[in-house]
Design a protein around this ligand. Structure first.
Ligand code: 26W
Length: 819
């Protein structure tokens, strides 16, 4: 039978299954069903297959008594699921054939019905989601554990130029992707007192919350195996306080229910600043305790005892948010299973590993001793004992070195008063783990030289680097169908499972025909984005201009303001008639500001104020456009990244731990303008200095500048272009209704030290941007370099990262799928 006929039959069968599902599971008549209903039916069709794969994977792993990896993370930024599920299940082509051109909604329209699962803030949460995809694809017996937030990352709208936050009720219509596990529930206790009885202690808690499991099946690609993402929801124990109900006091009953359920209500929308709130600590312990109980139960189903736990499992701590797991496992070992402290402790250290995601001291999580004492009295005793034995070991290794002892202690003594003592969660992770890693080479190097220097003296062998990666299944195959189709035609489809295959693009960079096709794919993506931007913001972007993009959380260290200063300078040059050889540009921003981060919100407002001045200035025309795309999330990233020509990665050197957006852009054929920070350095080392725009002070120079009395004011005074740009901001040029609106922002740069050294890097940045223009005006050269960028992105697959973790950290090398 001809291939096309086979496809037709498959598509018809697929459509028939969707119609049947519409009828029986959605209660909708196929010929009149709306797009949301069709989406639901499609999701159910996929879900059925996922359920089968899940069951088979569990049977296989149980039979093999496989060693498991448990990835614990407060955040999993999943985004949408349908498109990825269809691809992994091999149903995507059938679905496209069944819906595209069939009169009803297209497959793309159906896919776009799905709300994002935005259960994360940014890079750390998205990394966890990419890792799940890679762990499943590499066939690791793997589980993610996290929280099933009722409300994920807030939705952002822009009103009068400023950010307004709305709750993200992503579960309002239910979700087709979760499998509630009514049989899997654990009590999680809080409060009360703890009393020692020799090796173990008795904890009389005053409260108990029930943790209920909801599973999300994460399919692997090119394999029938799947991973499980198990998320916990808090609820009142069913049997409790029926009295309020019985007596008809529903208000009291409701209040009671809320007190329990609020634990899993909402994701803390805070990036990089630990939220010093009791509810946050409750969340952390809640999901950790439920997960640890579940892990042990799992183990006991396959093994008669718990003494071999460390041989059978690895637990990874995604940042310090699940750090309390170390104390919780010690509690379970000693108090529940009667294990000796020293035996328990050595198992613990073999089980745990920890990734740090930030160097900024103010972002390192600590909790008041008094709060832990109050919520988790038993854990506080455990932490004290861990610390006591650890400090004794420090004293053995470096006798009398009290500075070292103070710096590595799990307890920050504060000013000496009882109320100022805090527990350093990173230190708990480090002493409780056998492996600790940073997320790029630079970050890992700085980690052992700065924040964890003391620990690196004690345990040098524990510290490693694992450079981040991204999954090409979502960030290329799914997000960029036009480039993917071109790659499939030119180098085959294998890059989905082995990103190093992209190297075969190298010779094609000098193939004129390929370059034309490559540019055409990019142009298609730019049109797709321009359509979206026009619909959402009313701003028209010319797809033939250079799309210059900075999308990420809004933060001073990421320096969106440096980008802004360049935009103003470019605008001034146009006004002064000095921009005749500049390439037309659209500068595109997107990102959310933490709700309590005033400066970040001011930055958003300034960008919008500038956009409205520039976009409405008739002298500018198409030469410069500025747009802020609202509500940045995974799905919007999938739209924006493939359309970018230029990727802005301009953080102050030494501040961005790795970055993963930088990888997504380059993978999609953008050139990077960036500092020597995070993984930018490794991207440069791979693509070659000629194919990337690196500028500014490096980490060492930043350190020297800061130490030698950096004086931003003199730079402001001596650089006329910079002077003009800053004066426009300060003088109200972009905010004529409120001239002093940005005075504080101006002051932070010019008069209050410019902590992130924007002014120090401004000159080089603007000069480098001019080199970008020159290259863009030579399309053949530009295209050649973009193709070479894509060709060298193989190492930045999260498959590579996960392989490294599996081998060096989790002792799971033997389970890895062979390639
Ligand atoms: C509310 C507390 C809190 C504190 C820190 C929430 C989230 C964080 C994260 C550490 C922030 C984060 O996402 N960090 C980013 O992690 C990425 C993955 O490793 C890196 O690529 C980014 O450089 C890093 O900023």
């Amino acid at each position: 039978m001809a291939e096309s006929r086979k496809n037709e039959i498959a598509a018809a069968a697929f459509r028939a299954e969707v119609d049947e599902t519409l009828l029986h599971s959605v209660a909708a008549e196929p010929s009149t069903a709306n797009t949301k209903e069709i989406y639901k039916a499609l999701a159910y069709v996929a879900r059925k297959q996922l359920a089968i794969r899940w069951v088979n994977t569990q049977i296989e792993d149980r039979k093999k008594r496989a060693r498991r990896i448990y990835y614990m993370s407060m955040e999993f930024l999943i985004g949408r699921t349908l498109d990825n599920a269809l691809s992994a299940l091999g149903l995507r082509d059938d679905a496209a054939a069944a819906f595209d051109g069939a009169g009803g909604p297209s497959l793309t329209e159906i896919i776009e019905c799905e709300p994002d699962a935005g259960l994360g803030n940014g890079g750390l949460g998205r990394l966890a989601a990419c890792f799940l995809d890679s762990m499943a694809t590499l066939e690791l017996p793997s589980w993610g554990y996290g929280m099933r937030y009722e409300y994920g990352m807030f939705a952002q709208s822009i009103i009068n130029g400023g950010q307004v936050e709305h709750p993200d009720s992503w579960l309002i219509d239910g979700t087709a992707w979760e499998f509630p596990r009514p049989g899997t529930a654990f009590p999680v206790r809080f409060g009360g007192t703890a009393e020692h009885h020799g090796e173990w202690a008795e904890w009389s808690a005053t409260e108990a919350v029930e943790a209920r499991a909801f599973d999300y099946v994460i399919p692997g690609h090119g394999t029938d195996r799947v991973s499980t993402l198990r998320l916990w929801r808090a609820g009142a124990p069913a049997q409790i306080d029926l009295n309020a109900f019985n007596s008809g006091d529903y208000a009291r009953a409701a209040e009671f229910k809320n007190r329990f359920e609020n634990i899993s209500w909402v994701l803390y929308p805070n990036d990089s600043t630990p939220a010093g709130r009791e509810l946050r600590l409750r969340q952390e312990y809640f999901f950790v305790s439920a997960s640890m109980q579940d892990i042990i139960l799992h183990h006991l189903e396959e093994h008669k005892h718990i003494n071999n736990l460390a041989d059978q499992i690895a637990i990874h701590l995604n940042d310090t948010h699940p750090a309390i797991a170390v104390a919780e496992l010690m509690r379970l070992f000693c108090d529940e299973y009667g294990m000796l402290w020293t035996t328990a402790w050595s198992q613990c250290q073999r089980i745990f590993s920890y990734t740090n995601h930030t160097l900024m001291p103010e972002a390192l999580e600590t909790w008041p001793v008094s709060l832990i004492q109050y919520l988790l009295p038993r854990h506080m005793l455990i932490i004290y004992r861990i610390n006591q034995e650890f400090l004794a070991e420090v004293d053995r290794l470096f006798p009398g070195d009290f500075d070292l002892m103070r710096s590595v202690s799990l307890i920050d003594e504060g000013d000496g008063s009882e109320g100022s003592k805090r527990v350093r969660m990173a230190h708990l992770c480090i002493v409780g783990s056998h492996r600790i890693n940073g997320v790029s080479q630079l970050h890992s190097d700085l980690m052992v030289r700065t924040i964890f220097a003391g620990f690196a003296r004690l345990y040098p062998e524990r510290f490693h680097n694992k450079t981040n990666g991204v999954t090409q299944r979502r960030w290329l195959a799914q997000a960029n169908p036009s480039l993917s189709a071109l790659l499939d035609r030119s180098i085959g489809k294998d890059w989905r499972l082995n990103l190093n295959r992209l190297r075969e693009l190298r010779p094609l960079a000098s193939d004129a025909r390929f370059r034309v096709d490559f540019a055409a794919a990019k142009r298609k993506n730019k049109i797709r984005l321009a359509d979206y931007v026009r619909r959402e913001t009313g701003v028209a972007l010319n797809p033939d201009s250079l799309f210059d993009v900075q999308v990420k959380r809004i933060h001073e260290y990421k320096r969106q303001l440096l980008n802004v200063l360049h935009v103003i300078t470019r605008y001034d040059a146009i006004l002064h008639g000095q921009a005749d050889d500049a390439a037309p540009r659209c500068v595109i921003f997107a990102g959310k500001a933490a709700s309590s981060y005033h400066m970040a919100k001011q930055i958003i407002r300034l960008i919008n104020d500038i956009a409205s001045v520039i976009n409405n200035d008739p002298r500018v025309q198409d030469r410069l456009k500025v747009v802020f795309v609202p509500n940045y999330n995974v799905s919007i990233a999938e739209l924006i990244m493939p359309a970018a020509d230029l990727s802005e990665q301009i953080s102050t050197a030494g501040t961005e731990a790795s970055g993963t957006g930088n990888m997504k852009f380059a993978l999609n054929g953008a050139l990077t303008i960036g500092t020597e920070d995070g993984a930018n350095i490794e991207i440069r080392d791979n693509v070659g200095t000629d194919n990337i725009f690196i500028f500014g002070n490096n980490a060492q120079q930043v350190e020297i500048l800061r130490r030698s009395g950096y004086d931003p004011r003199s730079i402001y005074q001596n650089n006329p272009q910079l002077n003009e740009a800053l004066n426009k901001i300060d003088g109200g040029f972009f905010s004529p209704q409120e001239r002093r609106r940005y005075h504080d922002l101006f002051n932070s740069l010019v008069n209050y030290g410019d902590h992130y050294l924007l002014l120090a890097d401004y000159g080089d940045y603007v000069e480098t941007q001019n080199r970008v223009d020159a290259l863009y005006r030579t399309p053949v050269e530009w295209q050649r370099k973009t193709i070479l960028n894509v060709a060298e992105m193989g190492p930045f697959s999260s498959d590579r990262t996960i392989r490294e973790y599996a081998i060096d950290t989790w002792h799971l090398g033997a389970s890895l799928k062979k390639v």
